[in-house]
Ligand binder design. Structure first.
Ligand code: ARG
Length: 298
């Protein structure tokens, strides 16, 4: 149940089981956030430049924005020595099995870089304390997977979009598809500035998505266009430097997005969304913005 191109398709969206939207969001406080190494192109030149007070203020404003959107916000504390832990979309892939009694769980990531590997344990502990099933990836696999950075749920459907190419190895999706009994649509990423699927693909509602098309291979773009009736395209400058496509729409209405993405915000407003601009400038220096700084779960 892995699909690489429209030629592979043997189903349409209406064949896919429905799934509720997650109502809870986890955030990790940036107490130890920093840029101390370079593992993506956005981090280059930013070692030692983080304004820690500003980062904390920006994180709190994002936290309050999620509260104002009506989400139940949970927080855990960042750990010393793990400066990227604030990007809590990456260590797990939360799920709710719609084909098996609504059981909740998370797939545990295997981070691509050694700098981030130790982050996963804290999230495994957090979700197992909540009673969630935790699924590790097979030990034998020489593979990496970076959670909801690359694995993104189609809104309201038990259908996963699976990015690969930089941080996630495509082979992990075989295990995820069979363990979760879910169809997965693969998207190959080829531009290093867009190293996670969530840097170029932001789902809005069941029929709508915001993308930066330049980050996709033609086969992936065709898949996106065949599942979403409304594809909103962000201009390159906003996507590459302001992470416009790392926006997050929790409810089909509000779209929380880095401030300054003027064209993207206009495009979203013109089709009825309510953009909510926040400033994540300190986190952009590490190669992350709104979507990376939260984990939605059920
Ligand atoms: N510095 C982090 C890294 O390179 C940023 C992660 C951003 N997260 C995301 N979901 N795109 O791993």
């Amino acid at each position: 149940m892995i699909y690489r191109s429209t030629q592979d398709l043997d189903f349409t969206l209406s064949d896919v089981p429905t799934c509720p939207r997650p109502g809870r969001v986890l955030m990790t406080s940036p107490d130890h956030f920093d840029v101390t190494y370079v593992i993506n192109p956005h981090m280059a030149g930013h070692i030692g430049t983080i304004d820690h007070d500003l980062a904390m203020a920006q994180w709190k404003a994002l936290h309050d924005t999620f509260l104002n959107c009506g989400l139940e916000v949970h927080t855990i504390q960042g750990l010393e020595g793990l400066p990227d832990m604030v990007f809590c979309a990456n260590q797990t892939l939360p799920f709710i099995r719609s084909t098996n009694g609504n059981q909740k769980g998370v797939v545990l990531s295997k981070m691509f870089t050694k700098e981030r590997m130790a982050e996963v344990n804290r999230y495994a502990e957090y979700f197992s304390d909540l009673g969630f099933e935790t699924i590790p990836l097979h030990e034998s696999a020489q593979t990496s997977f970076e959670g909801m950075g690359d694995g993104i749920w189609h809104p309201h459907r038990y259908l996963l979009w699976g990015g690969y190419g930089f941080r996630t190895d495509e082979s992990v999706y075989n295990q995820i598809s069979s363990e979760l009994d879910v169809r997965i649509l693969l998207i190959e990423l080829t531009d290093p500035d867009f190293y996670h699927l969530d840097t170029c693909f932001s789902v809005l509602d069941e029929d709508s998505v915001l993308i930066y098309p330049g980050a996709f291979q033609p086969a992936g773009l065709d898949l996106v266009r065949s599942f979403f009736r409304n594809v909103i395209e962000s201009p390159e400058n906003e996507a590459r430097t302001l992470f416009s496509c790392n926006a997050h729409c929790p409810d089909g209405k509000y779209v929380v997005i880095q401030k300054g993405c003027t064209e993207t915000v206009n495009a979203l407003s013109s089709v009825g969304y309510t953009p909510v601009e926040v400033d994540t400038s300190e986190f952009l220096k590490a190669g992350g913005s709104v979507f990376c700084m939260k984990q939605m779960f059920w």
